[in-house]
Write a protein that binds this ligand. Structure first.
Ligand code: HEM
Ligand code: HEM
Length: 171
């Protein structure tokens, strides 16, 4: 697979793609007004192209590549719940749900462009996708930073308790 086989290139591609998707979603969301319709259209189609590119890349990527599409597997989630070992299954579930709901928001927008009856469903799906995104951001922050903060607070509290106990023993 040439240059695409390099883990560094694959990582850079993922980051670039994520910035493209998140950036164009944000622009589409804040320009969803009649006065800024041209911008909304442009950003909305940029979201649609990003999702189609991700699906195509995921289908074409060789087995084992991080560019393969994420798999939300109920069996694997149940196994994780009993062992708590390995990657948290919510990473894959969030990825699949996000790709689906953000893809649907953009696709319904493309339909609403020429079919007015789709405007309300498009608005509803777009609003719903924003809540999934909030959940995704909260989950990612918790997994990458929240656990470390919680561990720090716990060790600080354990230290405080220890120093109180030591003082009580000295008295
Ligand atoms: C501050 C905002 C955000 C942060 C910090 C963030 C962070 C991340 C991280 C760290 C991952 C990789 C998770 C993993 O290790 O599997 C990820 C994946 C993903 N994010 Fe975000 N994200 C943000 C906003 C968004 C937005 C606005 C969207 C959608 C419009 C989005 C859609 C996705 C999708 C679809 C994936 C899965 C990619 C895949 O595996 O195909 N994210 N995000
Ligand atoms: C994921 C990307 C998108 C998001 C988050 C999004 C979001 C929204 C939202 C929230 C509204 C309701 C605005 C309101 O009435 O207050 C809206 C309206 C609309 N969007 Fe999108 N949209 C996206 C993609 C697209 C695309 C690709 C098109 C195609 C051109 C499009 C066309 C429309 C149309 C025709 C309306 C109705 C405008 C009106 O009520 O006058 N959208 N969009």
């Amino acid at each position: 697979m040439g240059v695409f086989a390099s883990a560094r290139i694959q990582h850079a591609l993922q980051k670039g793609w994520h910035a493209w998707l998140a950036g164009s979603f944000l622009v589409a969301y804040v320009t969803a007004d009649e006065n800024t319709y041209a911008m909304h259209q442009f950003a909305g189609y940029a979201v649609l192209v990003a999702i189609v590119a991700r699906l195509a890349g995921g289908l074409l990527a060789p087995a084992g590549s991080p560019l393969r599409l994420p798999r939300a597997d109920l069996k694997a989630a149940r196994a994780w719940l009993s062992s708590r070992k390995g990657r948290h299954p919510l990473f894959a579930w969030f990825a699949v749900v996000l790709l689906a709901v953000v893809g649907l928001a953009a696709l319904s927008g493309a339909v609403a462009d020429s079919a007015a009856w789709m405007e309300h469903p498009h608005e509803a799906i777009s609003e719903a996708s924003l809540w999934v995104i909030f959940g995704h951001i909260a989950f990612v922050i918790w997994m990458y930073a929240g656990k470390k903060w919680a561990a720090r607070v716990a060790s600080w509290r354990a230290g405080m308790r220890l120093s109180t106990l030591t003082k009580e023993n000295v008295r």
